[in-house]
Design a protein around this ligand. Structure first.
Ligand SMILES: [Zn+2]
Length: 319
């Protein structure tokens, strides 16, 4: 059921460079078939960033539990297509988490909701996201701009706001901007599954990291962030898998540094939080132009396994 897109191009070149140069190795993601198996599996839907130059979808991740596609984190451009390629099922989703309202993390949400229009789903769908600030909307305003029955761009899908018609209601959790602590946005005692969220520093953009805890297995999605949050180290502590975005190289400055963590900081976070497996993601062609050297820097700080994400990769969690 799972097909790998096998995205071609320049990002393969550093793999060859690493092999030829004998630089530190990285762990391979499991084959896509792993996603259909039992246990907890992270599938990368979009390993790309905001620039459409390397065949990757923008940010998106699907968490499989015992063969069911239960949690979706981020819905950047291209995630609509990757969700289908992955075999994702809208009716199986227990929650959607949006990390922030940069387009490369949110633009395909409406496309996925339209697809869900045909899923005959009756139970409501929890969705969480940040509060608004400056030019960035909060979750409520974002959904209202799309779905309001009078002013929404897609007013014909208004039923998602109140559960009317044949659409399931979106149960919205907009995370309090005044909290610096983690908050629980989803909890299911029966399956011992809990999702926590906390704000992370991403320039002026309100941005949320998520931690999905399923029994003793945990995945932390760091989102876009500059790595300066002490609280995030506690949030990520002992995670089975930590997904960090590495679109910028070592030595980045200015706006790029205010928005994103360089490789050394990513490695330090992984080591300090004592996570098991580090997944690097959010690449564009320019992110990969000197990637082997940046990967060496990550390895110099963190000596655990590092997986370099590609679209549709499946990563077994806690095995
Ligand atoms: Zn961003």
């Amino acid at each position: 059921m799972i097909q790998n897109s096998g995205s071609p191009g320049v990002h393969r070149l550093w793999l060859l460079a690493i092999l030829l140069l004998g630089l530190p190795s990285y762990a391979s993601a499991a084959g896509n078939a792993a996603c259909a198996e039992s246990g907890v599996v992270l599938q990368v839907l979009g390993s790309g960033g905001p620039i459409a130059d390397d065949g990757r979808a923008s940010s998106g991740y699907l968490v499989w539990v015992d063969g069911k596609s239960r949690f979706l984190i981020d819905t950047g451009g291209g995630v609509f297509l990757r969700f289908a390629e992955a075999g994702g099922n809208f009716s199986e989703l227990d929650a959607i988490g949006i990390s922030h309202f940069h387009a490369d993390h949110s633009a395909d949400l409406i496309a996925l909701l339209k697809s869900g229009n045909f899923a005959n789903r009756e139970r409501s769908l929890p969705i969480s996201g940040p509060a608004g600030d400056g030019p960035f909307p909060g979750l409520h305003d974002y959904l209202n701009s799309l779905l309001n029955k009078d002013t929404g761009a897609y007013a014909y899908l208004n039923g998602y706001l109140d559960g009317s018609g044949i659409l399931p209601k979106l149960e919205q959790t907009e995370i309090d901007p005044d909290t610096s602590k983690a908050v629980t946005v989803f909890s299911d005692a029966e399956s011992d599954t809990h999702i926590q969220a906390m704000y992370v520093p991403h320039g002026i953009v309100p941005a949320i990291a998520y931690r999905i805890q399923i029994g003793d297995k945990s995945i932390v999605f760091a989102s876009d962030q500059n790595g300066s949050s002490e609280e995030f180290l506690n949030f990520a502590i002992d995670a089975s898998v930590l997904v960090m975005h590495m679109p910028v190289p070592e030595g980045v400055s200015g706006v790029g540094r205010a928005l994103h963590a360089p490789p050394s900081v990513i490695g330090e976070i992984a080591a300090t939080a004592d996570i098991d497996t580090l997944v690097l993601s959010h690449f564009m062609a320019r992110s990969l132009s000197n990637f082997a050297a940046n990967l060496v820097i990550v390895h110099s700080e963190f000596d655990g396994p590092v997986i370099v994400a590609d679209d549709l990769d499946c990563i077994a969690v806690g095995n």
